[in-house]
Write a protein that binds this ligand. Sequence first.
Ligand SMILES: *[C@@H]1O[C@H](CO)[C@@H](O)[C@H](O)[C@H]1NC(C)=O
Ligand SMILES: *[C@@H]1O[C@H](CO)[C@@H](O)[C@H](O)[C@H]1NC(C)=O
Ligand SMILES: *[C@@H]1O[C@H](CO)[C@@H](O)[C@H](O)[C@H]1NC(C)=O
Ligand SMILES: *[C@@H]1O[C@H](CO)[C@@H](O)[C@H](O)[C@H]1NC(C)=O
Ligand SMILES: *[C@@H]1O[C@H](CO)[C@@H](O)[C@H](O)[C@H]1NC(C)=O
Ligand SMILES: *[C@@H]1O[C@H](CO)[C@@H](O)[C@H](O)[C@H]1NC(C)=O
Ligand SMILES: *[C@@H]1O[C@H](CO)[C@@H](O)[C@H](O)[C@H]1NC(C)=O
Ligand SMILES: *[C@@H]1O[C@H](CO)[C@@H](O)[C@H](O)[C@H]1NC(C)=O
Ligand SMILES: *[C@@H]1O[C@H](CO)[C@@H](O)[C@H](O)[C@H]1NC(C)=O
Ligand SMILES: *[C@@H]1O[C@H](CO)[C@@H](O)[C@H](O)[C@H]1NC(C)=O
Ligand SMILES: *[C@@H]1O[C@H](CO)[C@@H](O)[C@H](O)[C@H]1NC(C)=O
Ligand SMILES: *[C@@H]1O[C@H](CO)[C@@H](O)[C@H](O)[C@H]1NC(C)=O
Length: 642
Amino acid sequence: MLYLCLLPIVAGIASAINLTVASTGGNVTSEYMYGLMFEDINHSGDGGIYAELIQNRAFQGSTEFPSTLSPWSAIGNATLRLQNTSVPLSSALPTSVNVAAASEKTKGKIGLLNPGWWGIDVKARPYTGSFWALGSYAGTFTVKLQSAITNQVFASLDITSGCQAGMWVEHKFTLEPKMDAPNSNNTFVLEFDAGQGSVNFNLISLFPPTYKNSPNGNRQDLMSALKGLNPSFLRMPGGNNLEGDSYHYRWVWNETIGPLTSRPGRPGTWGYENTDGLGLIEYFNWCADLEMEPLLAVWSGMYLGGDVLSASALAPYVNDTLNELEFLLGPTTTPYGSLRASLGYPTPFPLKFIEIGNEDNLSGGATSYASYRFTMFYEAISAAYPSLTIISSTGDLTAVGPDSATDFHIYTLPDYFVSQFGKWDNVPRTHKVLIGEYANVQYNVLDQPLAGVNWSAPKLMWPVWAGAVSESVWSIGAERNGDVILGQSYAPGFMNLNSFEWSPDLISFTADPAQTVLSTSYYAIQLLSNARYNATVPVSSDADFGPAYWVAGVSDPGQYTFKTAIYNSTSAVPFNIAFDGLAAGAKGTLTVLTAPDGLSSNTLVNGTVVDVVKKIATALTANEEGAFEFELENYSVAVLTT
Ligand SMILES: *[C@@H]1O[C@H](CO)[C@@H](O)[C@H](O)[C@H]1NC(C)=O
Ligand SMILES: *[C@@H]1O[C@H](CO)[C@@H](O)[C@H](O)[C@H]1NC(C)=O
Ligand SMILES: *[C@@H]1O[C@H](CO)[C@@H](O)[C@H](O)[C@H]1NC(C)=O
Ligand SMILES: *[C@@H]1O[C@H](CO)[C@@H](O)[C@H](O)[C@H]1NC(C)=O
Ligand SMILES: *[C@@H]1O[C@H](CO)[C@@H](O)[C@H](O)[C@H]1NC(C)=O
Ligand SMILES: *[C@@H]1O[C@H](CO)[C@@H](O)[C@H](O)[C@H]1NC(C)=O
Ligand SMILES: *[C@@H]1O[C@H](CO)[C@@H](O)[C@H](O)[C@H]1NC(C)=O
Ligand SMILES: *[C@@H]1O[C@H](CO)[C@@H](O)[C@H](O)[C@H]1NC(C)=O
Ligand SMILES: *[C@@H]1O[C@H](CO)[C@@H](O)[C@H](O)[C@H]1NC(C)=O
Ligand SMILES: *[C@@H]1O[C@H](CO)[C@@H](O)[C@H](O)[C@H]1NC(C)=O
Ligand SMILES: *[C@@H]1O[C@H](CO)[C@@H](O)[C@H](O)[C@H]1NC(C)=O
Ligand SMILES: *[C@@H]1O[C@H](CO)[C@@H](O)[C@H](O)[C@H]1NC(C)=O
């Protein structure tokens, strides 16, 4: 209200924002309000979430990224060569490494060494390993975990060779270090005695215990970090990773299933060959492990860069999507349902949401998308699976079907996020909106408060606190419109600090779990996502939004959740909040996140976030008027529950 500005303000004490929260009359909110977006960007799948410790385990390659020996190196006087043996391990994995003595005089052990994904986390726990070997070797193989710095051996095991000339034989083992290594700069070694001829190896694999012990599963610590966000959906497998780059390798679902020996791998969009060990079924297992709703994206006929298929060329891909859905959802009496059952999953997977493509509004894709690409998928999928919610990827209503939703992405500056607080208040309620990617990527430009991102300037390395607060303002705006906003997911989720090309990211990591950095944005999302409610309720106020932004919700009667973020205030903001039905003496808990200043970041060098973002929970009691009084500093994100 304007007149407020004219009130005399006692030095340093701003007048309280008086709010009255009703108990009914709002809108039911989406149960999917906070979720995750994932794609295998620069080793956030392989070498990240996916727990496999060996890098380049099966020498997978393609025209774009030919098979390579990197990062393997020789042990002893050995020569390593890539070979396509006349008997391949499988048609999907034709290339193996041949390990031979460099000279006839070579004595002792020869073999190969893998540095992992910039290290291997060695702890006193069982590691499950396996390798396939081809040759006529009759001695023992030795596998070891050892320090790259001192060569100290933490675990070593001899395995009797099961080799039989002319055929590939799998060797399985468990390596159990007796102690934790002092750091993660460790390597894996596989060696054998020289003098009996060469041996070919393929699919050399080593897993630590995985989250929930899922086979071929995910890293425990990173999954626990995700669980902390209380996520309710997972958008996968991309993103750009779905689309394939100028080499036109889209993500192909049926090459990511079955035994690892039947997965050829695929050149990913981010500059390297993917193992596809983290495949379609593993994505669904990941959802089950974290109790998330899968949100599956399928390729829509546009490659990254803008090459688009004609309608007739696209038809087989629509059919391929129906095959994928039959694989996931069909009864075991159908061909693909029976394929699923044969892989150990007789029960269909749960699936409610399917997205057609990714950012089809870019690269001139909007016209073909609206005129036939979205339509072909929409018609085929809705006819076969009428209960699925189909999501278009343009973020607008240029491509729609009855009951379709759309996926809106935004990467921007803090001030712009805040200016968009009311964006969803007046959009049509006919189609739901997924905010499938959002993040603050640069800091505000001085004197240009509503400037857009300058894509030729560097992006933030780490999320900053003012950015996290602005994202929270934006999120509160989305929560106020939970009847139309399906949910939102920060992107990207992960950054491997040894190889990345997109920052900022929600969670940064290395091979060493002690180096994981949970960003300022992580903590803000964690606070908001863990405070869920069933329905929004009206809040009447004598102050406008800004610098405080809020939403209130109710679960069971008397159980209120009030969320607020303070952005750009010159002084602390006092609140006075009455909740319908709550009397004097009612109890509440206020949890506040703040940081030393808006530019504070959680970083690797500065250690864990608790050093930077302070989380304070305070018990509150309602005053004689039944209202809760408290004050919040600038750049606070807070949740009050009663
Ligand atoms: C809130 O109520 C108090 C007490 O009635 C009043 O002094 C104050 O000006 C009000 N705040 C606003 C923002 O109107
Ligand atoms: C409920 O949704 C309507 C639009 O459908 C909106 O105008 C109204 O503000 C919402 N109410 C609350 C309490 O969020
Ligand atoms: C193995 O075969 C693939 C596919 O034909 C080929 O691209 C690759 O160069 C071959 N590798 C070797 C080491 O011969
Ligand atoms: C290692 O192999 C080379 C040939 O590549 C040979 O000249 C050398 O003598 C060998 N060294 C040992 C210790 O076997
Ligand atoms: C591991 O240690 C070696 C030898 O000191 C060093 O060259 C290498 O850079 C280290 N690797 C990592 C990932 O720290
Ligand atoms: C995947 O499915 C397509 C048909 O949609 C088929 O042509 C292809 O052979 C399948 N690939 C595998 C590995 O089964
Ligand atoms: C896809 O097309 C093939 C061949 O035209 C057909 O046999 C198959 O049933 C189709 N798949 C689905 C799920 O309709
Ligand atoms: C989609 O692209 C068209 C053409 O470039 C543009 O007019 C429209 O605003 C875009 N929509 C979104 C949501 O970006
Ligand atoms: C934040 O404050 C700056 C400096 O006063 C101003 O330029 C900017 O517009 C403000 N942003 C918002 C979203 O209020
Ligand atoms: C990952 O990101 C870097 C930039 O940091 C880029 O140069 C590289 O090609 C990407 N891929 C790999 C495999 O590192
Ligand atoms: C709120 O949602 C929970 C979980 O869905 C449900 O058990 C509860 O009955 C709901 N309460 C109200 C008041 O709708
Ligand atoms: C790390 O912390 C120091 C001291 O608080 C601060 O000066 C520095 O800017 C921080 N570094 C980053 C990258 O946030």
